[in-house]
Design a protein around this ligand. Structure first.
Ligand code: ADP
Ligand code: ASP
Ligand code: MG
Length: 244
């Protein structure tokens, strides 16, 4: 079984949460080969954006991506350290190291190709921990995939390696029929088709970025939206057809 596990910003917002995530990964690693994809800690990307805007209203887009991409560099290194500290061998990778090649549309780059040289690590029992959100152009410029782009990084890596599942761990325990942080009696869904999920994402259901849903549908990657704080719950399956 091959699983990509993606953790969003709220899941890795501080050191205790990073340690919690390391334990979830260690558990999953007992039964599957895993690749981990991580967002920047908490509101780091907002803070970096605000720094740029203290310099100019219109930052150079190449430099803005060079800046915003740094948030994910911090979280992968800390998470790899946390895994090593509990006896799980792990190595951090940025987009350049993982070969996440994109076009040069800074701030909203599209992934063209992923080389993902993970087999070497897997053959030694090492867990690759990869930056979400980042890409690299053929001219070796750093790009970002647009806000919330780590979901797309995770699904694209899952497609590149032929993963059985792409698990998106977040601060809610699945996809609901409305935002559970806004609508109190929103109902959790066990299954959502790609088409319905895409409609929900396009209507602002932040839980999955629309491009990640399109990528999952194109490559038929089953996505499970799961809670980082309820890791034993299987969450919501987003797929073509309901599975047993
Ligand atoms: P992450 O940092 O893990 O990427 P996001 O904030 O991007 O997390 O997405 C999770 C949030 O999506 C939830 O906290 C929730 O408020 C919001 N959300 C909006 N619509 C929905 C929905 N239909 N189902 C679940 N969550 C939703
Ligand atoms: N860190 C980026 C953001 O805050 C990407 C992501 O979290 O998916 O938008
Ligand atoms: Mg998100």
């Amino acid at each position: 079984m091959k699983i990509v596990m993606k953790f969003g910003g709220t899941s890795v917002a501080d050191i205790d949460k990073i340690k919690n995530v390391a334990n979830i990964i260690a558990n999953q690693h007992q039964t599957a080969d895993v690749v981990v994809v991580v967002s920047a800690m908490g509101k780091t990307t907002n803070a970096l954006t605000s720094l740029a805007h203290q310099i100019t209203d219109k930052p150079n887009l190449r430099e803005l991506d060079a800046l915003l991409s740094t948030g994910e560099n911090t979280s992968v290194a800390l998470l790899a350290m946390a895994l090593n500290a509990i006896g799980c061998s792990a190595r951090s990778y940025n987009a350049w190291q993982m070969g996440i090649w994109t076009d040069d549309n800074f701030g909203d780059a599209k992934i063209k190709y992923i080389t993902a040289p993970i087999w070497h690590d897997w053959s030694k029992g090492i867990i690759p921990v990869v930056t979400g959100f980042q890409g690299i152009t053929y001219n070796q410029d750093i790009t970002t995939l647009g806000r919330e782009g780590s979901d797309t990084s995770a699904v694209a890596i899952a497609a590149a390696i032929g993963a059985d599942y792409c698990d998106i761990y977040t601060d809610v325990d699945g996809v609901y029929d409305a935002d559970p942080n806004v609508i109190k009696d929103a109902k959790k869904l066990d299954f959502v088709s790609y088409d319905d999920m895409l409609k929900m994402a396009n209507n602002g259901a932040k839980v999955l970025h629309p491009r990640s849903v399109m990528t999952a549908q194109k490559h038929n990657i089953p996505v499970r939206v799961r809670g980082t704080f309820t890791p034993n719950d299987i969450g919501t399956l987003v797929a073509c057809v309901r599975q047993k």
